[in-house]
Design a protein around this ligand. Structure first.
Ligand SMILES: NC(=O)c1ccc[n+]([C@@H]2O[C@H](COP(=O)([O-])OP(=O)(O)OC[C@H]3O[C@@H](n4cnc5c(N)ncnc54)[C@H](OP(=O)(O)O)[C@@H]3O)[C@@H](O)[C@H]2O)c1
Length: 251
C-alpha cells in the first residue's frame, strides 16, 4: 500500500516549510489549500514528491476529496496546519459568521478530517499546529484563541481515545513565526489589539521565528521521537532543552 503524508495549508508559511522538510527526506506529501497557485509554488521544489489538492478544509465536500485521494493509501503523518486568525476584534463585537468561519477552519476541519481518515492512519502520527493563544487571552483574538484552545482539548481527547488504534497525536506551539498570518496581524487596528506594537517590534528587529526552523522541529518530532515522547505533552519551540536534538541544519 502507498504511504503518504498530508499537510493542510501547505501553500505557504509553516505548512510549506514542513512539506519541504518531508519531501527533501523522501516522503511523498499531499498538500491542501484553497489557493492553487500557492500550492504549485510549494510543489515546484520537489515536483515528484509533492501532490497538490485545491480544497477548502472547512467544507465537508472538499474534505471528502482528500479522503478519496487517500483511498488505498496509508497515511504516515497528518499535519493539521491550515488555519486563520479571523477578524481581529473584541468578542462583544464579533459577528456570528466570523466566529463560525474560524471554528470551521481551525477546529471542525482537523477534527472531522482526522475522523474520516482514521482507517488510513493505522500506526500513523497526527500533528496539530497549536499556538500560545490556546492558553492565553489575547485581546482582539477571541475566536482564534478559543479555536486553538478547542484544538488543544481535541489533541488531549484523541490522545486518550486513539491509543487502542495505535495512532499517535501531538501538539506543537511554533512561537511567533514570520508568515502571511503575521502580516495580516500587523495590519490590525491597535484599538482592537493593544499588543500590536510588540508584533511590529519583533518583525522589525528580525526576532520572529522562521518557518524553516519550525519545520526542523516538526520533522524531528514526527520522525525521531518515540511514541511516548511524541504525545505526552504539548511541545513548545521556546521551552525546554529539546532544541539541542533538532536545531541543526541537517534537513
Ligand atoms: N505565524 C505564527 O506566528 C503562528 C503562531 C502560532 C500558530 N500558528 C499556526 O500555524 C499554522 C500555519 O499558519 P502560518 O503562520 O504558516 O500562516 P499562513 O502562511 O497564513 O498559513 C495558513 C495556511 O492555511 C491555509 N488555509 C487557511 N484556511 C484554509 C482552508 N479553509 N482550507 C484549506 N487551507 C486553508 C492557507 O492557504 P489558503 O489561504 O490558500 O487556503 C495557508 O496556506 C496555523 O494553524 C496558525 O494558527 C502560526
Amino acid at each position: 500500500m502507498d504511504r503518504i503524508s498530508i499537510v493542510t495549508g501547505g501553500g505557504s508559511g509553516i505548512g510549506r516549510a514542513i512539506c519541504h522538510a518531508l519531501a527533501k527526506n523522501n516522503h511523498r506529501v499531499l498538500i491542501v489549500g484553497r489557493r492553487e497557485e500557492k500550492l504549485k509554488e510549494t510543489q515546484k521544489a520537489f515536483p515528484t514528491k509533492i501532490d497538490i489538492l485545491t480544497a477548502d478544509i472547512s467544507e465537508t465536500g472538499d474534505r471528502l476529496k482528500i479522503v478519496e485521494y487517500c483511498a488505498k493509501k496509508k497515511i504516515q503523518f497528518l499535519v493539521h496546519n491550515g488555519g486563520i486568525i479571523g477578524k481581529i476584534t473584541n468578542l462583544e463585537e464579533l459577528e456570528l459568521s466570523e466566529w463560525r468561519k474560524v471554528m470551521a477552519i481551525n477546529v471542525e476541519a482537523p477534527l472531522f478530517l482526522t475522523q474520516s481518515l482514521l482507517p488510513n492512519l493505522q500506526d500513523g502520527r497526527i500533528l496539530n499546529i497549536s499556538s500560545g493563544a490556546a492558553h492565553f487571552a489575547i485581546k482582539g483574538w477571541g475566536a482564534y484563541c478559543t479555536s486553538k484552545a478547542a484544538l488543544f482539548m481535541i489533541y488531549q481527547l484523541l490522545n486518550v481515545e486513539l491509543t487502542e488504534k495505535n495512532i499517535k497525536i501531538a501538539s506543537l506551539r511554533p512561537g511567533i513565526v514570520d508568515t502571511e498570518m503575521q502580516g495580516f496581524i500587523r495590519e490590525a487596528d491597535i484599538k482592537k489589539m493593544p499588543h500590536l506594537q510588540k508584533f511590529h517590534d519583533l518583525y522589525h528587529e528580525g526576532e520572529m521565528e522562521s518557518s524553516d526552523r519550525v519545520a526542523r522541529f516538526a520533522y524531528w518530532l514526527l520522525t525521531e521521537t518515540n511514541e511516548g515522547e511524541f504525545s505526552e505533552k504539548e511541545w513548545d519551540i521556546r521551552e525546554g532543552d529539546h532544541s539541542a536534538k533538532w536545531d541543526k541544519d541537517k534537513i
